[in-house]
Design a protein around this ligand. Sequence first.
Ligand SMILES: *Cc1c(COP(=O)(O)O)cnc(C)c1O
Ligand SMILES: [Zn+2]
Length: 428
Amino acid sequence: MSTLLDDTTTATPKRDQPREGAFGNARALACRECAHEVELGPSYACPECFGPLEVAYDFPTVTREEIAAGPRNIWRYKALLPVPTDIEQSPNTEPGFTRLLEAKNLARELGLDKLWVKDDSTNPTNSFKDRVVACALSAARELDAKVFACPSTGNLANAVAAAGARAGIPTVVFIPSNLETPKKVNSAVFTEKLVAVDGNYDDVNKLASEIAGEEEGWAFVNVNVRPFYAEGSKTLGYEIAEQLGWRLPDQIVIPVASGSQLTKVDKAFQELITLGLVEDKPYKVFGAQAAGCSPVSVAYKSGTDAIRPVKPDTIAKSLAIGNPADGIYVLDICRRTGGAVEDITDDEVREAIVLLARTEGIFTETAGGTTVGVLKKLVESGQLDTSLETVVINTGHGLKTLDAVSDRVGPAATIAPTYDAFVASGVL
Ligand SMILES: *Cc1c(COP(=O)(O)O)cnc(C)c1O
Ligand SMILES: [Zn+2]
């Protein structure tokens, strides 16, 4: 068995040690539960307590000016990521620095004083997953992986397949076979090795862990290099703060699948405070799920820490993880900051996709519909303070989930090409 895929997490000697500085200012992988540290490598579970490992750093002084002088993509924050200082030299997808748009029309519609949309649908493969995959690709390269792979709810497969193509590393991506056609094509166009599995995401994920344990030299972005992958989501938090003029928002609404993104946006805010890059102030974090896959929201509402896995049944397929790895940390963060976790029905998801499109000209996928719909519900139920500055994250593009709204919107009329026919149509 190769060291890359060794799912025991002991620091076995490697054939080739990663080069000096391969992971930038990262110091070790530290257990989230017991703080035990292991050396940087393809490990993801604590050898002492099986808790999740995450990247720990020795940060130097980092200034706003140094960051501002960097490229207009996530590598402007490379000092805060587990990547080498020469990261820009290696072909990658250069995601990030997406628009932060003030959403005045949507704010008025919902009764909010100040609202921003962080629009991650414009990343290279049209979802926020390009951020995490760019960091995973760097780790895979430094660890000399032969295959770049993932189990995916859709967007991750798109991002892995594209990044692997650009980097010249063979890819194998695994998806549930019932995925939307646009998401399948968006992967298959970049790789010959798209594998559709009869089962839900949790089945696909289990299969991936098994393959990771058997095959040599595979980097599964969200399995054995997950600690590196997950750090990519921090860049959403950094960008929001920088784009607000180095300030934290008062409230933020984030979709929850595995819970990794929400956890890392909070980590990013905490790091910015510690590094003195933003003023220390309270902020509230809210999590968004679809009712058909809402294990974290259900646990939040029942006041427990125990997350009961569910079988997903929702149109928000990119959020359809029934057994979320970071769910308990989402609960911690939302409770600690005074936020909440909420869920909405598939019909409310569809409605919210159209609402965002018609108020702000942004076409989001079902995950973004979930987030915007939850924002609306949080306002209506009084859980969100309408006088506070709020950010909502749009994590993906509506063209990937056209079917969700294709029978809600459409031609107002189909007419003959004559003025009379237009007048008769009643469109005006
Ligand atoms: C994967 C994904 C998420 C959530 O990701 P987690 O970090 O697993 O919670 C949100 N939105 C979209 C569009 C995604 O593809
Ligand atoms: Zn531990």
